[in-house]
Design a protein around this ligand. Structure first.
Ligand SMILES: Cc1cc2nc3c(=O)[nH]c(=O)nc-3n(C[C@H](O)[C@H](O)[C@H](O)COP(=O)(O)OP(=O)(O)OC[C@H]3O[C@@H](n4cnc5c(N)ncnc54)[C@H](O)[C@@H]3O)c2cc1C
Length: 503
């Protein structure tokens, strides 16, 4: 752990948040919000970020964990998006080299025609990577492919094309951003839900009203600009500003299943076209195997999205159609689902600028809403967002500093396997409460560590130790411990197959 870290006292943070005046308040503590908070703090702005649950509890902890150009966007002809993402991939591999690593991925081909088709596509990917290339794509014959992924069914393939992308741990990266944001003078608070805006007689924003989700007390924080980085909830907050505004978000959910390490070792695998025309990854990640994702349109956005039986069956069937080692729901150790707030290109009614896959809109009352985008481009999105804020508020321009900022993994000194050594786990939990605003068992077991992502059932085994340390650190009593146990058993983030009611 770093020596110059400042311990964070939640009551003191609440006092500051509700008494100071800020240059900008950011609502939403995912990749977009924390990226923007860091960018703005580095430019000398006084920043407050408010997150209604935990940092990363939305989509940002439930991604496929790739820092990528997106090979599938190439097929859609979206060259600009791929190029931008590849530039960002290069920046992150350089500036966050502890956190983002290169991953070798194999795409199976079934015949010569596919070898040519995918081979050309990936050469284009190499070309667009330019100087940011992390490895050259090339063909592997059937024997070499099977040597590399022995679990594959040899009858189904002619060979494979190898390519490289970046891989990371999304919520670990996010807590690193949180620390960096505090280090550079920003203030961020979790379990602080924004429910409305403070406005003057001209309908201009003067701040926000928010509720501390622990005490259920209401607070006000002052700022003339607010950034709405609430992901799938962006339209809900926008309507608090003006009921007539629209974002035309078409939400869809994406599910991953997690298997143990025996299913795939060092190279990832990408199914280029599933039954429903999507790509599907099987990736080694932090000692487990991730398989995903699905893409299912949803009517209603929830902060606890849950996989359906059809999604699980689809992932299992797709795996089984390529691998010798067949799986069933008994092999699934954990399931997690995130929501994509896909944006349509429709015309809204506020000041608008559509840019690549994300959109930034500034309302007449000075609410800046950002929607869409991906983890890979969080930094360039934040840069564009804060550029727009400075311009609109006529603040003297200070260029973004994030393309040169080195991000050191906040867990760099944590023992590799804190799960097999209870004393290391206790120490980690203490630090997470003191420095990184962990407030619940799920914060520790799902986002400060990823145990519940690796294996939902196993995470129960550590619940008592985690709560014992947390209750001391946070001065909580037995009732709180019991409530936490109940709440953890009622899953929000990761699910076992039994908890989903699927057998
Ligand atoms: C299945 C899936 C896989 C993906 N895989 C990848 C990948 O491999 N690589 C990649 O680059 N991208 C990937 N993405 C995209 C990427 O994960 C998202 O673009 C990114 O995480 C979105 O971040 P965000 O901050 O905008 O949203 P979120 O992470 O959802 O954050 C929004 C936050 O706002 C908070 N909030 C909402 N309302 C309020 C309120 N009123 N007050 C306070 N807080 C509020 C929420 O609690 C939430 O934490 C994937 C997306 C999905 C769904």
């Amino acid at each position: 752990m770093k020596k110059n870290l400042i311990k964070k006292d939640r009551q003191e943070l609440i006092r500051k948040a509700s008494s100071d005046t800020f240059d900008v308040i950011i609502v939403g503590g995912g990749a977009t919000g924390l990226g923007a908070a860091l960018d703005a703090s580095l430019r000398g702005l006084k920043v407050l970020l408010l997150e209604m649950e935990d940092f990363g509890s939305g989509t940002s902890s439930k991604s496929t964990k790739l820092i990528h150009g997106g090979v599938r966007y190439l097929e859609q002809g979206n060259i600009g998006l791929v190029r931008e993402a590849l530039i960002e991939r290069k920046i992150l591999l350089k500036n966050a080299s502890d956190l983002v690593k290169s991953r070798r991925i194999l795409i199976p081909v079934k015949n010569l025609w596919q070898r040519i088709y995918f081979g050309i596509g990936l050469k284009l990917y190499d070309f667009l990577s330019g100087a940011s290339k992390i490895g050259k794509s090339h063909f592997l014959n059937k024997e070499k492919t099977i040597q590399e992924i022995p679990q594959l069914n040899a009858d189904k393939i002619y060979g494979s094309i190898v390519y490289y992308d970046g891989q990371f741990d999304d919520s670990r990266f996010l807590i690193t951003l949180l620390r960096a944001c505090f280090e550079h003078g920003g203030l961020a608070l979790n379990y602080a839900k924004v429910d409305s805006f403070l406005k003057d007689e001209d309908d201009k924003i003067q701040g926000v009203k928010w509720i501390d989700q622990e005490s259920l007390k209401s607070f006000e924080s002052k700022s003339k600009y607010v950034i709405n980085a609430t992901g799938a909830f962006a339209e809900k907050l926008l309507w608090e500003d003006n009921k007539k505004l629209e974002l035309e978000i078409a939400p869809s959910q994406g599910t991953h299943i997690v298997l143990d390490r025996s299913f795939i070792k060092d190279s990832g695998f990408l199914v280029p076209k599933t039954k429903d025309g999507r790509v599907l990854f099987a990736l080694p990640w932090n000692g487990v195997t991730l398989v995903g994702t699905t893409d299912v349109p949803i009517e209603k956005v929830s902060n606890q999205p849950k996989a359906t039986k059809e999604e699980i069956s689809f992932l299992i069937e797709t795996w089984n159609s390529y691998f010798k080692k067949q799986i069933s729901s008994n092999d699934v150790n954990s399931v997690f689902t995130g929501i994509r707030p896909l944006i349509s290109a429709g015309e809204g009614k506020s000041t608008k600028s559509i840019s690549r896959s994300h959109r930034i809109e500034i309302s007449d009352s000075h609410l800046i809403t950002i929607s869409g985008g991906k983890w890979t481009t969080y930094r360039s999105m934040a840069e564009e967002l804060i550029d727009k804020l400075l311009k609109h508020s006529k603040t003297p321009f200070v260029p973004s500093k994030t393309s040169e900022l080195i991000l050191n993994d906040y867990m760099q000194n944590v023992p590799v396997d804190i799960w097999s050594d209870d004393e290391s786990l206790r120490q980690f939990v203490r630090h997470a409460c003191q420095y990184d605003l962990a407030r619940t068992a799920d914060d520790i077991l799902s986002r400060r560590t990823r145990l519940s992502f690796y294996n939902r059932q196993k995470s129960y085994e550590k619940l008592d130790i985690v709560l014992q340390i947390m209750s001391k650190e946070l001065s909580k009593d037995e009732t709180w411990i019991l409530e936490q146990k109940e709440s953890f058993k009622n899953p929000k983030t990761t699910f076992s197959i039994e908890e989903l009611g699927i057998h």
